[in-house]
Design a protein around this ligand. Structure first.
Ligand code: FES
Ligand code: FES
Length: 135
C-alpha cells in the first residue's frame, strides 16, 4: 500500500502486530496490515486512512476530533489510532467511557501523548459520528 499505491498514511512501526501503526479496515473491521497477507485481502474491501474522507471534503468526524482535542503530537500512531477508533465506534456505539476506550487501545501504542488527549478525542469523535453521514 505504501510503496506501490503511495498510500503513505498507513505506517510501519513494529511489523510484528504490536504497535497498531499499520491498522486499516478490511471489510469495515480494523486489522493490523503488517500481519495480514495480501492474499487474505483478495476480493475484500481495504480502506486506509486516506479513504475515510474524500479528497477536498471535510475531515471524517474522528479525524476532526483528533485535530480539535490535540490527540496527536508527532502523528506516527495517529492513522492507526483513528482507524481503530472508527471500528470501535461501529462495535460499541457512540457513548464510550474512558475505561472502554483505554481497554480497546491496548493494541495501539503512542510514544508521545500520554494517551489522555487520544482518549478525549475518541470519546468526542464517537459522539460526532452519530451526527455524520461519514460514520
Ligand atoms: S506495524 Fe503492524 S502492528 Fe506495528
Ligand atoms: S503522536 Fe507520536 S507516536 Fe503517537
Amino acid at each position: 500500500m505504501r510503496e506501490n499505491l503511495r498510500l503513505t498514511g498507513t505506517h510501519v512501526g513494529c511489523d510484528t502486530s504490536q504497535c497498531g501503526a499499520c491498522v486499516v479496515h478490511l471489510d469495515g473491521k480494523a486489522v493490523k496490515s503488517c500481519t495480514t497477507l495480501a492474499v487474505m485481502a483478495d476480493g475484500h474491501e481495504v480502506k486506509t486512512i486516506e479513504g475515510l474522507a474524500a479528497d477536498g471534503a471535510p475531515l471524517h468526524p474522528m479525524q476532526e476530533a483528533f485535530r480539535e482535542h490535540h490527540g496527536l503530537q508527532c502523528g506516527f500512531c495517529t492513522p492507526g489510532m483513528i482507524m481503530t477508533a472508527v471500528d470501535l465506534v461501529h462495535r460499541k456505539g457512540h457513548e464510550l467511557s474512558d475505561e472502554v476506550i483505554r481497554e480497546e487501545l491496548e493494541g495501539n501504542l503512542c510514544r508521545c501523548t500520554g494517551y489522555q488527549n487520544i482518549v478525549a478525542s475518541i470519546a468526542a469523535g464517537a459522539k460526532a459520528m452519530a451526527k455524520s453521514d461519514l460514520a
